[in-house]
Design a protein around this ligand. Structure first.
Ligand SMILES: [Zn+2]
Length: 658
């Protein structure tokens, strides 16, 4: 008799190996961290003696589940903001809160909570992507879980780096530290092609190749992402990343919702793994990944929960079931993705997708002892049919629940026994997470009150306090004014013609001011549009009346290039009302009496208000503005326009008065 450390007996053993071998009264022998034998109980008990004997009492013994895509520290952001579009959710809520709160302590706590949840869900290995990934790796391995830990790199400053160069440096140090760890596979994660320009993709690929580690990336999660890529680079996302050399690494591509057959073939050819995230894709309405096609073409597809801020839980049983249901529901074919294949994706194929199939993912001799025990003798899971070997897979996928998991072992160590996790104090974790929630609540409540702080939170806005003095006069015919401008008595610095589309956002509280989203189309002499520019401006509320009553002073405080769409800003700022203004503008920058002024001749198209002359000047102080206002009135007279009643206020006020 050979001596081993542990024998697990009296189990329905599902090996999930290539032949899906099962042993209805099976046993498994563990020596140190590995499986040394597996088979009918009788054979195992005859061959081995062990110091520890675990009787499964007829429960199911199977490999641990593999969560192929998640962001574990985000458990602390669970439920922070839901029912939003991906960009508003990510750029408006997740990233600003992360910049403010994510520290090593946050990551340690979030990871601990996630590990408890993963263990209870039967997950023995997860593929993560976050910041301070070394803390994720340390925490997970202290608890005893196996993980592929991918350090995030992107073009924006992140909670753990001011620049991407810093992230790359961090990544290298982390990878070197964990390179030969028994539980952790370090990895690098260029976040996504839309947050990583080619130089970042290349640098990350170089690191992945240098250290022979997986490269984890989000690919084609939304339709917009693919459209944007086509517009900018004339190709979809997969060929683009291939062009940057990314597919030479051991890639794990998360999502792949909007990829075509050619792209699937490209990924297959590169032996890339795909992480399918049904909950997240459905909840964020990103779409349904063509999983059936991926499987047909032989790609390794695993299942992932994604982060808890977009899911909102790490319940892997729910994830398996959804993966299965949406494949059937979207194809109209109930025979696609049978339960057994779903469970293969959740185990062996998931491990293959992460490029660690030689270590884990099935119960086979030589692999690590990463296993779970399920109690299927529950009300929701009875009775059991055994006329087909598939019956047990159906039970697990269609009726099973996370609470059926009673015992979890990783690398030969028990992490949960009889539903008790000894290494974690879950009550303490819940309490500490609530303390974070209260701090984050305060931050959000304060931010939501102010338009300016919301503007700053999404980045890119520069505080640029400027004052504008302006006068606006309704005119019947712009021609005499154009003649006067061209007469040579004025110095014309520059002339421009453009079409302007403005959307003003108004808010309940007037003192918050208003936001203007402006889209300028520059029109060339031949009438073609040469350039489109969008800008977001916060216009302060004060309209001081220290000036002659004809003059309007407005204070513009924040100016930002509008990186996002109008739709994004509407959903993010949630204005009380909106006003649209469209005009054709001839703009002159002119010098008059030694000072520069903008002279705008506007044809108001929406609303149809006829022609206006506007003279304005931007100054950096109120005092300068006051001095300029008298010159503006002189310039108005010079252009032959009389003051008096015709002088009006802002366009938007004209519209409101109407
Ligand atoms: Zn993700």
């Amino acid at each position: 008799m050979k001596k081993v450390d542990l024998i697990i007996k009296n189990a329905i053993v599902l090996t999930m190996d290539a032949n899906l071998n099962q042993y209805s009264q099976g046993a498994l022998a563990v020596q140190k961290d590995s499986i040394v034998d597996i088979g009918p109980e009788k054979d195992i008990l005859e061959k081995y003696a062990s110091s520890e004997l675990h009787d499964c009492e007829g429960k199911v013994l199977m490999p641990g589940l593999i969560n192929t895509h998640t962001h574990v520290p985000m458990t602390l952001l669970r439920g922070l903001s839901d029912d939003l579009r991906l960009d508003v959710w990510l750029l408006g809520y997740m990233m600003p809160v992360e910049r403010e709160f994510v520290t090593p302590e946050f990551v340690e706590l979030g990871t601990s909570i996630a590990c408890a949840e993963l263990i209870r869900s039967g997950v023995t290995c997860f593929n993560d992507m976050y910041y301070f990934e070394q803390v994720v790796a340390q925490t997970a391995s202290d608890i005893g879980l196996r993980a592929v830990c991918s350090q995030t790199v992107m073009k924006f400053p992140t909670p753990d780096a001011h620049s991407y160069e810093e992230s790359l440096e961090y990544s290298k140090n982390f990878i070197k530290k964990f390179k030969d760890h028994p539980l952790i596979v370090p990895s690098i994660a260029p976040h996504a092609p839309y947050t990583c320009p080619p130089e970042i993709l290349k640098a990350c690929t170089d690191i992945a190749l240098e250290f022979d580690i997986p490269l984890h990336i989000h690919i084609s999660e939304t339709k917009e992402e693919v459209e944007e890529m086509r517009k900018e680079n004339g190709m979809p996302v997969v060929p683009w990343v291939k062009k940057q050399g990314v597919l030479e690494a051991k890639v794990v591509a998360a999502h792949c919702v909007h990829i075509d057959e050619g792209e699937i073939r490209t990924l297959k050819h590169a032996n890339a793994g795909i992480a399918h995230n049904p909950s997240s894709n459905l909840k964020l309405a990103s779409g349904i990944a063509p999983v059936q096609k991926m499987l047909e073409l032989g790609v390794n597809v695993g299942i992932g929960t994604d982060g808890t801020a977009s899911n909102n839980d790490l319940d892997f049983f729910e994830e398996m079931r959804l993966a299965n249901f949406i494949a059937k529901g979207s194809s109209g074919d109930p025979t696609v993705l049978p339960a057994s294949q779903t469970l293969v994706m959740a185990t062996r194929m998931g491990a293959d997708a992460l490029h660690i199939g030689h270590i884990t993912g099935s119960l086979e001799v030589g692999k690590r002892a990463d296993l779970i025990i399920l109690d299927l003798n529950t009300t929701h899971n009875s009775p059991h049919f055994r006329h087909s070997p598939d019956g047990v897979y159906s039970q697990i996928v269609y009726a099973g629940k996370s609470s059926d998991v009673t015992d979890v072992m990783v690398n030969g160590n028990w992490l949960m026994r009889n539903r008790v996790i000894d290494s974690l104090d879950e009550n303490e974790l819940i309490q500490r997470s609530q303390e974070y929630a209260e701090k984050i609540d305060k931050f959000i409540i304060k931010r939501e009150k102010s338009i300016i702080s919301k503007l700053i939170a999404i980045g890119g806005a520069s505080r640029e306090e400027s004052f504008e003095v302006q006068v606006k006069v309704a005119i019947n015919d712009p021609q005499p004014i154009i003649k006067k401008i061209d007469s040579g008595e004025l110095i014309i610095v520059r002339t421009r013609h453009y079409h302007e589309y403005d959307t003003y956002f108004d808010f309940e509280d007037d003192s918050e001011g208003r936001l203007r989203f402006r889209e300028d189309h520059f029109i060339e002499k031949n009438g073609s549009i040469s350039q489109v520019r969008t800008r977001l401006t916060h216009i302060g509320p004060s309209r001081e009346h220290l000036f002659p009553k004809d003059i309007l002073l407005s204070r513009s405080r924040y100016l930002a290039p509008a990186d996002q769409s109008l739709r994004f800003y509407k959903e993010y700022f949630k204005p009380m009302s909106e006003t649209e203004i469209e005009k054709d503008r001839l703009r002159y920058l002119a010098e008059y009496k030694g000072e520069e002024f903008f002279i705008n001749l506007d044809k108001m198209i929406k609303p149809d208000l006829g022609f206006f002359l506007e003279i304005k000047s931007r100054t950096w102080s109120e005092k300068d503005a006051e001095e300029k206002s008298s010159t503006i009135l002189e310039l108005l007279e010079f252009l032959g326009v009389s003051r008096g009643k015709k002088i009006t206020k802002d366009y938007i006020e004209i519209v409101e008065e109407k």
